[in-house]
Design a protein around this ligand. Structure first.
Ligand code: ZN
Ligand code: ZN
Length: 357
């Protein structure tokens, strides 16, 4: 079913239409990429306003909404259109409206009843975007296949003396030249003591024997993201490094095994966290165990200590515990799970046993 129809079916009572302008929600609903566009979704009709740069492509790509070319003042156009259609109660995306935009909307559309409650945002993020269709999962799988292939490639590429940046560039080039439309986020390559910073920025540090190298990366295919992390050793690791690695791997595998349909997301997090804590590294695992992935890299639900969600069919979520020993080294291992039936499918196919390059 067209995504626009899903929103039409669930449009909150009392609303005549929702006005969608944020890129992730536009991409999700229309499947169309543009820097500009206003999607108006009413129960029985939908309209996509954009300018002359995009109208031809939008008409070819968008199903379920009438494409209208606009020029001039967008707020004036919207006001005239809402009057013409007789729409009175209009929801905006609260999470994507700046204070400046809010005041401009209030001023221009003072005659209408404007809804900034965030209900439409929550419906999109927590219900519609969360439940992935088979078609969406195919795109995520395609993105993950590129990501897995990139990992296999980079393991043959890394040599002592290369800078983190050199490794990052090779990974980015590999993914972009093997079918990725874009990178999911700025690729992380963190070696040695930099690995103790979970989101380190790759720099001039040269990798050397005895390092752990943590790589966190992903590709985008048709708006859908992949996300994986592997930590590899360059040369023989110390006994302590191996112990930390195996602790993270054990915690990661245990969390995956616990992630079954109907289990609370908090519980999945607790499984990984307790193992790391019992091994004596509780203070060195500060982030959540995982997050949803889709048209954005961070979506719902999340495996963390505060989640109120239950893991259920349609979810695509990462499992990525880590241990970070400040100024020494760090380990993170991340896979992506898709839950269709009782137990999830692991979309990440790369080896998880410690690889020594
Ligand atoms: Zn990641
Ligand atoms: Zn992640």
């Amino acid at each position: 079913m067209e995504k626009i129809h899903l929103l039409q079916q669930k449009l909150p009572a009392g609303l005549d239409c929702a006005v969608i302008t944020s890129a992730p929600n536009r991409h999700y609903l229309t499947g169309f990429a543009s820097s500009n566009g206003t999607l108006v979704v009413a129960r029985d009709a939908a309209f996509f306003f954009t300018d002359s740069r995009y109208t031809t492509a939008a008409r070819q790509a968008i199903r379920g909404a009438q494409v209208i070319e606009e020029s001039g003042n967008r707020l004036e156009n919207l006001k005239a259109f809402l009057h013409e259609r007789g729409y009175r109660c209009i929801a905006f995306e609260a999470a994507h409206t700046s204070v400046e935009q809010y005041h401009a909307l209030k001023k221009a559309l003072g005659d209408f009843s404007l809804d900034f409650s965030g209900e439409t945002d929550r419906l999109l993020l927590h219900t519609l975007r969360r439940k992935k269709s088979a078609e969406e999962v195919e795109k995520i799988k395609a993105a993950q296949r590129i990501t897995d292939a990139c990992f296999a490639h980079i393991c043959t590429f890394i040599r002592e003396g290369m800078r983190e940046k050199d490794i990052q560039l090779e990974m980015d080039f590999y993914m972009l030249s093997h079918g990725a439309d874009a990178l999911s986020f700025e690729t992380i390559v963190a070696s040695g003591e930099n690995g103790a910073k979970p989101h380190a920025v790759p720099g001039d540090r040269r990798v050397k024997k005895g390092d752990f190298i943590t790589m966190d990366f992903g590709a985008v295919v048709d708006f859908y993201h992949s996300d994986m992390t592997r930590t590899v050793a360059l040369g023989e690791p110390s006994a302590e490094m191996v112990q930390v690695y195996n602790t993270v791997l054990f915690a990661q595998n245990a969390a995956i095994a616990a992630a079954k349909s109907g289990v609370s997301c908090k519980q999945v997090d607790a499984v990984a966290r307790d193992i790391i804590k019992n091994a004596g590294y509780g203070a060195y695992f500060g982030h959540g165990t995982g997050h949803g992935v889709g048209v954005e890299i961070h979506e719902q639900p999340c495996f963390n200590t505060t989640s109120a969600d239950v893991f259920e069919a349609g979810d695509v979520v990462t499992v990525e515990p880590g241990i970070y020993l400040p100024e020494r080294f760090g380990v993170r291992i991340e896979d992506m799970l898709y839950l269709a039936g009782e137990t999830p499918v692991n979309l990440t196919e790369s080896e998880k046993k410690l690889i020594v390059l």
